[in-house]
Design a protein around this ligand. Structure first.
Ligand code: NAP
Length: 284
């Protein structure tokens, strides 16, 4: 659980989007924040006027040495970390067959291994406190999948699986895990931050190709408000019982429910085949 009295939040990826809005709200509440970004000059304005509460640090989550330095600096300055927000991440548009290995691996380095390394670096502090909250920013794309974002889904489904196991392991130690699953929000995600494969295969024009176009066209017009999302994350973090999953926005809720229905339909339709794969009762 988060320590409620003047908690220390450590947030990755604060230059734009959710991370930026969250850092601003944390500091506006008078809480303490380790406000990190690959280029710390991008967050100087957030910390301005909050020098007593804010520690601004350079942090690329794919750089192990920077992670160790940042967590040590946070510990030295504030003596604790109450909430870690693994927010840094980005998307990559490509049909699976179009995917370029170096770009795919780079995205997994940020979205998955960066989150893992940050978590491992902060856990000893939270274990010593016997308290803490780890907020892993996944996506509705960590629950359900579309054309052109298969590799991104792979990275976010990885975040979901890792987070579920982590939650079981750290609950008895007084630490909570909350997976945040936004639908489409008006951040840089679909705009300046998105990466795409240069490879295009005509056979995927009607599926992945169309989805690339839709993603670009939607940028800046998404229904989701990142400020309200940041407030929702704070509200859930303040709960004595934060949810394992927090969906953000109506699109996320609708898609998650549709996914549950699809899974239930498959499970029910194929139930007898599923059950038939075990040894018959009393045999073996
Ligand atoms: P954003 O405005 O593009 O912000 C992404 C942030 O991540 C930026 O601060 C970026 O920093 C940072 N980042 C990327 N790679 C990094 C690295 N290796 N090390 C440190 N920071 C890094 O988009 P956003 O929507 O706020 O994204 C935040 C999270 O929400 C991501 O995990 C994203 O996948 C997730 N999400 C977004 C949406 C949406 O529709 N917006 C939906 C579901 C999930 P730079 O400025 O240095 O690039």
């Amino acid at each position: 659980m988060m320590q409620h009295d003047n908690p220390v939040w450590l947030i990755t990826g604060c230059s734009t989007g959710f991370g930026r809005e969250l850092a601003r709200l944390i500091l506006a509440r008078g809480w303490r924040g380790v406000v990190t970004a690959r280029d710390p000059s991008t967050v100087a304005d957030i910390a301005a006027g909050h020098e007593n509460q804010a520690l601004v640090l350079a942090l690329d989550v794919t750089q192990r040495a920077q992670i160790a330095d940042a967590v040590a600096a946070a510990q030295q300055r504030f003596g604790r970390v109450d909430v870690l927000v693994n927010n840094a991440g980005y998307g990559y548009l490509a049909a699976i067959e179009e995917g370029e290995e170096a770009a795919v691996r780079a995205m997994f380095e940020a979205n998955v291994f960066g989150l893992i390394d940050m978590t491992k670096a902060v856990l000893p502090i939270m274990r010593a406190q016997s308290s803490g909250l780890i907020v892993n920013v996944s996506s509705i794309g960590g629950l359900t999948s579309f054309a052109a974002t298969g590799y991104y889904h792979g990275s976010k489904y990885a975040v979901e699986g890792i987070s579920e196991s982590l939650a079981i392991e750290v609950k008895p130690l007084g630490i909570d895990v909350m997976i945040v699953e936004p639908g489409p929000f008006r951040t840089n995600w679909a705009g300046p931050s998105i990466k795409q494969s240069a490879t295009r295969i005509d056979a995927y024009a009607a599926t992945a190709g169309e989805r690339r176009k839709q993603t670009e066209a939607r940028s800046g017009k998404q229904a989701g408000d990142p400020v309200r999302a940041a407030q929702a994350i704070i509200d859930a973090a303040l709960s004595d019982t934060p949810p394992l999953r927090l969906l953000l926005g109506k699109a996320a809720l609708d898609l998650a429910r549709k996914k549950l229905d699809m899974m239930k339909n498959d499970f029910d339709t194929w139930e007898s085949t599923t059950l038939g794969a075990d040894f018959p009762p009393g045999e073996g």
